[in-house]
Every structure is written in C-alpha cells, then in structure tokens.
Design a protein around this ligand. Structure first.
Ligand code: FES
Length: 887
C-alpha cells in the first residue's frame, strides 16, 4: 500500500492505495466522480476516462495512483455544473458536439488541456491532441468545431450568450440545445454503471470457449469457496422459458446443454465485486463435449452439415424468401447490356462506446412479488420487459433506460439484461453486471454479412430493365431480427430506382458464429452497396455519366417499389440535382490533381432511398396538461444520442404553443409510458413525433370543447388532463412467401453522397478526403441534430467501407476492430433539402441510418474512379485494393 496526497478538483485529500490502483478506479469507485468513463478495458484506447493531471490530459485508466503523490487533478465535475458550465463545456453544448455523451467528459478534458497550453489550436493541433479519443456518434467534426469555439470563447472573440438559439420565432428548424446536453457536458448524466446501487452484488459470467459443444457437467464447488462469493447460478435456476426471443426464442439466457457459439453463457457467479466474481468464475469447471461446427453459411446449407439448432429444426436455413416481379428472363434476353458481379460485406460491430452494463434491483420489497427493475440502455423497453418476463418467469418486471452510451442497433435486442435480471431473482439481491468491452463484444449481435450474386440488365441508353439478386446471409448462432433485416433488404432492393423486372432471393442461414441483428440501416446498406456498384459498372460499360444514369432511372410517382407498392412521393431527383455542381467540380479537381502517379484521386457517388420505420408501424404517446399549464410527454422514445429528446420537446412545444421549458419528458420507463416502439428504423421523428402531434391535437380539442385555457379549467370541466395519440400506418400485407410482393414503407429519406478519395497505389491505402452528403429528410426539426446524424453516419460508413471488421474471438477491443479515429476523419460537406412529407409531423420524415446506405458504394465508386478497379468485397483494405490493382 502507499500513502499519497492528491488535490482533486481543488480539494486536498490523502489516500492509501494499493500499488496498482488506477486513477480511474479511485475517481469512480472511491470518490464517486463518475464523469470519467471506461470503455476500452483500461487499454488506453478510447480516452473516455481522460482527466487533467498536473495540466496534462491523462488517461486515468492507465495512471497508477501510487505514482501521483502531490498531483493536481481536475475532472469534468471540477470544471462546471449544468447551471454554471465552464466555457469548454458550453462550447461542446453549443457546437452540438454531444450526442450520446459517453465520450464527452474525456473530450472536454482533452480540449481544456489543449487550450490551456495553446489558445489558438489549428486543425492539425486538434487532430494530434485527440488522436487517442474515440467517438462513435459524431464523426468528430463537431468536436473539432467545439474546440475551435472554446478557443474563440477563451480569446474573448465570441460569447456563449450570443450563440444561444433564438427560440422566440418558433422552434422548428432551430438548433435548440438538447435537454440533456449540459448534464452530459458536466458529467452529471448517469449512465448505467454510474448509478449507485447499495448492497449490490456483482456478477461474472462463465462463457464457453467452444463454438459447438454439449455441456456434460458443471462443477462450481471450488468457485463457492472463493473469497466474497455469494453463489453460482446455472440454467436450472431460471424459472421461465430461459429463452430470449425477438422473432423466435432461440437463444438461451443460460445454456443448459447445447453450446452454439463461443461465448455462450453457462453459469453466473455472484460476489462482492466484479474482480472477485471474475476470479471465482475462473474456478468453475465445465465439462464440454465438443461437436462439429459450421462457420460458413454455404457449407451450412450442404446436406450433412452440422445443424445448429437440432433441437428445434432440421435445417440451418432459417429463412428462404424469394421476390419476383415482372419477367426477369425476358428483360435479360432483351437487354443490350448486362453487368454481373458477386459482392460480399463483412461482419461489423456497431461499436457503441459504452459496454453492456446493466443493473437490476427490487422496488416495493414488502410486496408478495416485488417489482424487479432492470436498467440498461434498451431502446425497446416494452418488448424487452415482455421478453424478460417470459424468459425468467417473473411478471412484475419493468425496464428503464439510463443515459445510453450509443447503440446503433445493438440494443434493439436484449444483451446483458436477461442475465442481470435472472441473477437478481436468483440471489435476491440488487445486481450489477459490468462486463468488459471484450465480453460485451462477445455477447452482442452484429451487422450481418451478406454474400450477393447479382446481375443488372439495361438498354443501351442506360434504362434499367431487370435485376437478379441472390443473397446468402449469415445468421450466426441466433436469429433475433435476422429475418427482419433480410426483409428490409428486399423492401429497399431497388434503392432509388425503377427496375421493372426482379428475381431475388434471400436465405438466412444459421452458423456457429456470432449472430447478427439490427445495425444502423439493417439490411439496405449491404444490398444497396451491390445495387449502386452495379449501376456504376453499367455506367462505365455504357460510357454514361454516373449521375445521369441515376437520374434517368429515378423512380417516379406512380411507379412501384420492389415489393409492388406504388409511391406517391419520391424525392431522388432533387438530391441528384443538388449534388451535380459539387460532382462536376470534384471530378475536375481530381483530374487536375493527376491520375498517373502513385497517389490517385477519385470521385464516386452513391444514392439511396431509405424507408422510415417499418411496415404496419405503430407509436403511442400521451400528453398531459400540468398544473403550471406546461405539458408532460409520455412515451417509450429512447434517446441513445440521436436527439429524440429535443425532437419531442420542439414538436410538443410547437403543437401546444408553450415554451420548450414547459415541456417535460417521461420517456425511459416501461411502467410509466405507453408503447412507442423502438428507437430503430430512423422512425422516432416520423412515428413518435406523429403520435405526439395526435396527442396534442386531442388535448387541444378537449380544451377547446371545454372552453378551458388552463389545467385547472380543464379539470373543473370534468375532463381528463392526459390524452393518448396513436400513429398507426395503414395495414400492409407481409411479403408473400413465394413472390415477395406486399407492403412497403410509408415515407423515405432520400439522398446521394459523394466520396473524394486518394488511393496509394503502392500501399493500397485509401484516404477519404471529403464526403459531400446531400439529403432530403423532409422538414428538419433540429438542424444541428440532423447534421450530427449525417456526420456520424458518414464516419461509420467510411469505417465499414474501408477498415472495420469483426472476427469472433479475434476482435477483442477498439484497436483490433479498427475503430475510426479523428485521424481518419474527412471533411464533410452537408446539403439538406427539406421537401415536406405528406404523412410526417409538420412534414418531417427522419434521418439517422441513411448515411450508411449511400456511403459504402460512394467510397468504392471513388476507388474505382481513382484506379479503375471495383472493390466488391468489404472492407476495402489495402490488401484488397492492392490485389485488385494487380488483377
Ligand atoms: Fe461520442 Fe457518443 S457522443 S461516443
């Protein structure tokens, strides 16, 4: 042990610490200063834990307290409070640099340290200072802007009060400050691991090292003898179905007999701390009988292949959905030109910075069946409560959403919640589960890899005649939303275009691999990568302009989508027109830069139309008139960083004609809210914003009918104060099992993106220099939030296009995942069009996932433009680019 004296946020304190005690542990665990976060298993890869030590930005997960005697430490809590923020915190809020907020305290401390030593940093200084800080939400652009803004505040060139949005002339189209922004900037927003949970036990999970095996015995006697251990739980201790379901209940909460993928949970150890639980988990002896495994979806479809779910079905093909439209054989026979290619996309981790933390505890413990509260970062709290009740056999269970460190689709499904809740039920104690990043990666669904065999037929003038698309999608070991992802790819198969003849098929195949589910865009990014690349290939073969061929084939009002739905609004042409001048200029610049040397410049475009929500979508919201004549909005509208909270406030305040600070939100508790659906499918503005509009209309109608202007008058008239609005899309038929014809979406976000790249023909390295994003998401409620979604989505799309890949067992941290950093951040230029949608609240549609769909093909088209090679398998790594150049 060592005695040290530290000054922390101005207070001198003495500590006696173990020699390897890290500063992050001291701050979070001993002092409850939870502003500093942990994402990367204390490897110094994420920077979320950054504090200032003796004037230097320091990753507190690496700093040993024993070496810091006499140091002066400042944490984010030491800068300012939401009521009285420091100017750097203010700059991050005003620049819109805060989305989920998990990276924010570390970013702010790095910015402060930089500005303390350099009040006028240039972009290169900022890139250097932030090179070890990760952010998944923002694409870093607004963080750079925030640092510049903070510098301007510091130099007294600008004042925060001059930049506060003017809310006096309406709230739509105004970048109102998000309700949670200051709490996130000041470290007071509580993420799951930040919530103090008295008398909690902490758990560790024994996970299978095999991809396919039978459990023949579990011996935990030695674990029970370990210090601080409360007990061990196995599948026998779970009262319910012990199965988690989304589409089908095919994943055990704890495996009783069969292991289907490495990392499957076998037992849970509860102890006084995570460290003790982990040590005891090491002592659990599990006897496995390894079984043959299948890791390739094509092998999994062969006769005699090991069957992954042999207790339920006799095939690995979970879904085999065809789609037929028109006469594709005739179209290909009559075509002047056909292009064919096979495309592959990789498994990608959605990569939220926050690990899969979860807590569970009982409320109302004196009741016969006390209420079990499960808190994590679910974006689907009502279905998750239902699923947990069913899996665990316990009805009085609610799900709450804490502040959420990103999710990008991962939290549409249950991850750590079932084990945490099961442990609370079994051990009858509050439970905290703080899995590592490595374990979080093992327990979460990923983006499905698609293998697509494709062909596109056209007339000589570029008119598209037919598309053949045969996709084999690796499901992995469990299904969750795999079939939905496949259907979404079919719904959006024809992208932004009219393609009259289609023959498509998608097969979703179980393997002994990590499983897929929702991931930003969920299906269309993969399918559209193939379609847009084919269109680029076609343009090349016909000698047509890539922009013109897209315009020529743009879907028109009255024409059908892939599944037969006739559209009554479509805004692709406006996006193509808006991009045209940028495209021409970029081509010129690339040509001027030269194409003959080692570094070759290229320009590529990718277009898309992305359906909002889902077919037969529904959202509920309630609005209650409060005694002060403000309103409270109730609805399960998760906000893992996109800005749902500000959207709801801006819409509700507009509809009710009240000031935004008179709108309160109750959005995070399955017990207190009506079901609004998930924060997926870019649907919250269109669906839940629509539900808020309807609820406000009902409240206003009741007030008008009663002649009431206040809550007191409405109550005196005997009228309820709380009204439900339900937005329900017209009933659509599901996809026909033989033709794939049926319903489709009700509105779309449209856009086209342009990538400008430099390809190093010797190393194969591709650098995205600039992205231009033209998008039409309908009426924009909060421009800064929309820009943030576009910038973050573009960054994520570039990551998937060029480097990100998840390999189960090999990808264990942010380095092995190749997380995009500020060093890979391109310039991003945004042009938004705002064509009001017929069915959106105030004409809004939504944005959030679209960028993934258009970015991938834009980047690979730019690589082609630079060096004449189509990359058809993602990511476009230097090795793949070099191989393509050698072909
Ligand atoms: Fe940076 Fe979410 S705001 S990780």
């Amino acid at each position: 042990m060592k005695r040290v004296h530290l000054t922390i946020n101005g207070l001198k304190k003495e500590f006696v610490v173990a020699r390897d005690r890290r500063l992050l542990e001291l701050l979070r665990e001993d002092l409850r200063l939870t502003g500093a976060k942990q994402s990367c298993d204390r490897k110094g890869q994420c920077g979320a834990c950054t504090v200032i030590v003796d004037g230097k930005a320091t990753r507190s997960c690496l700093a040993r307290v024993a070496t810091l005697d006499g140091a002066e430490i400042i944490t984010v809590e030491g800068l300012g409070t939401p009521e009285n923020p420091h100017f750097v915190q203010e700059a991050f809020v005003l620049a819109g640099a805060i989305q989920c907020g998990f990276c924010t305290p570390g970013m702010i401390m790095t910015a402060k340290a930089l500005l303390d030593r350099n009040p006028t940093p240039g972009e290169a200084d900022i890139r250097e200072a932030f090179k070890r800080q990760l952010c998944r939400c923002t694409g870093y652009r607004k963080i750079v802007e925030a640092v510049h803004l903070a510098g301007a505040f510091l130099r007294a060139e600008r004042r925060p009060e001059d930049l506060k949005p003017d809310l006096s002339r309406g709230l739509i189209g105004v970048s109102m400050i998000r309700p949670s922004a200051y709490a996130k900037a000041c470290g007071s927003a509580q993420f799951t691991a930040d919530i103090p949970l008295q008398e909690a036990v902490e758990i560790a999970v024994v996970r299978s090292p095999h991809n396919s095996a039978l459990i023949e015995g579990i011996d935990f006697a030695a674990a029970l003898k370990m210090p601080g251990v409360l007990g061990v739980m196995t599948a026998r201790d779970i009262a319910g179905t012990n199965r988690v379901r989304a589409v089908v209940p095919d994943q055990p909460v704890l495996c009783r007999r069969r292991i289907r993928v490495m990392g499957d949970p076998v037992a849970v150890v509860a102890a006084q701390s995570t460290a003790l639980a982990l040590a005891a988990a090491e002592k659990v002896r599990v006897q496995y009988k390894p079984l043959p495994e299948v890791k390739d979806p094509f092998a999994a479809m062969q006769p005699g292949a090991p069957i992954v779910h042999d207790d339920r079905v006799d095939t690995n093909v979970f879904l085999d959905q065809p789609l037929k439209r028109g006469d594709v054989d005739r179209a290909f026979a009559e075509a002047d030109v056909v292009v064919e290619a096979d495309f592959e996309t990789q498994i990608v981790h959605q990569a939220p910075l926050e690990p899969e933390h979860c807590i569970a505890f009982f409320e109302d413990e004196d009741q016969d069946e006390p209420k079990l509260v499960v808190t994590g970062r679910s974006i689907n709290i009502h279905p998750h409560a239902d699923q947990l009740q069913e899996a665990l056999g316990y009805d009085n269970l609610v799900v709450r959403e804490a502040f959420s460190g990103g999710q990008f689709g991962i939290k549409l499904t249950i991850t750590s919640e079932a084990l945490t809740a099961a442990a609370a039920l079994h051990f009858k104690r509050p439970v905290r589960y703080l899995p590592s990043l490595k374990e979080s990666m093992q327990m979460t669904p990923k983006r499905h890899p698609f293998h697509m065999k494709t062909a596109l037929a056209a007339r000589r003038d570029g008119t598209l005649l037919g598309l053949k698309w045969d996709a084999v999608v690796e499901n992995g070991a469990y299904t969750f939303y795999g079939s939905t992802v496949c259907n979404r790819a079919l719904w959006m198969l024809t992208g932004a275009y009219h393609i009259p003849n289609l023959a498509a098929r998608v097969r979703l195949v179980y393997t002994n691999n990590i499983w897929g589910s929702a991931a930003r865009g969920a299906g269309p990014p993969q399918a559209n990568f193939a379609l847009e690349s084919l269109i680029g290939m076609l343009a090349e073969k016909l000698g047509l302009d890539p922009l013109e061929i897209r315009r020529k084939n743009s879907l028109k009002i009255g024409q059908p989508l892939s599944t037969g739905k006739i559209v009554d609004e479509w805004f692709n042409d406006g996006c193509l027109d808006a991009l045209a001048p940028f495209y021409r200029k970029a081509l010129q610049e690339a040509a001027t830069a030269g194409r003959g040397g080692r570094i070759r410049r290229g320009v590529g475009i990718g277009a898309a139309a992305f359906g909002i929500g889902s077919i037969n979508d529904i959202s509920n919201a309630e609005v209650e008139l409060m005694p002060d004549d403000g309103v409270t909005v109730y609805g399960s509208m998760a906000d893992p960083g996109e800005g749902t909270d500000t959207m709801v406030v801006q819409l509700a305040a507009t509809f009710m004609g009240v000031a935004p600070d008179k709108v309160r939100l109750c959005l995070r508790d399955s017990e207190l809210t009506p079901f609004s659906g998930s924060a997926a499918g870019s649907r919250q503005t269109f669906m839940s914003g629509g539900a808020v509009e309807l609820a406000c209309q009902k409240l206003k109608a009741a007030m008008a009918a009663a002649g009431a202007r206040t809550a007191a008058e409405l109550a005196a008239a005997g009228k309820p104060l709380r009204y439900l609005g339900t937005k329900q899309l017209p009933k659509s038929a599901p996809l026909d099992p033989t033709t794939g014809q049926g319903g489709n979406f009700d509105t779309w976000v449209h856009g086209v993106q342009m990538a400008e790249v430099a390809v190093d023909t010797q190393s194969g390295e591709v650098t995205v220099l600039r992205m231009t994003a033209v998008e039409d998401p309908g009426t924009i409620v909060n421009p800064q939030a929309v820009e943030g979604q576009i910038e973050g989505g573009v960054d994520m799309g570039i990551g998937m296009a060029l480097r990100e890949i998840y390999e189960h067992g090999k990808t264990t941290d942010w380095k092995t995942f190749k997380f995009p950093t500020i060093r890979t951040m391109p310039e991003i230029r945004i042009k938004t069009l705002e064509t009001p949608r017929k069915r959106g609240p105030l004409g809004a549609a939504g944005v959030g996932e679209f960028q993934m769909v258009a970015t991938l093909p834009a980047v690979t088209a730019a690589i082609h433009n630079a060096c004449g090679r189509w990359i058809t398998a993602l990511p476009a790594t230097p090795e793949r680019v070099l191989a393509a150049l050698k072909e």
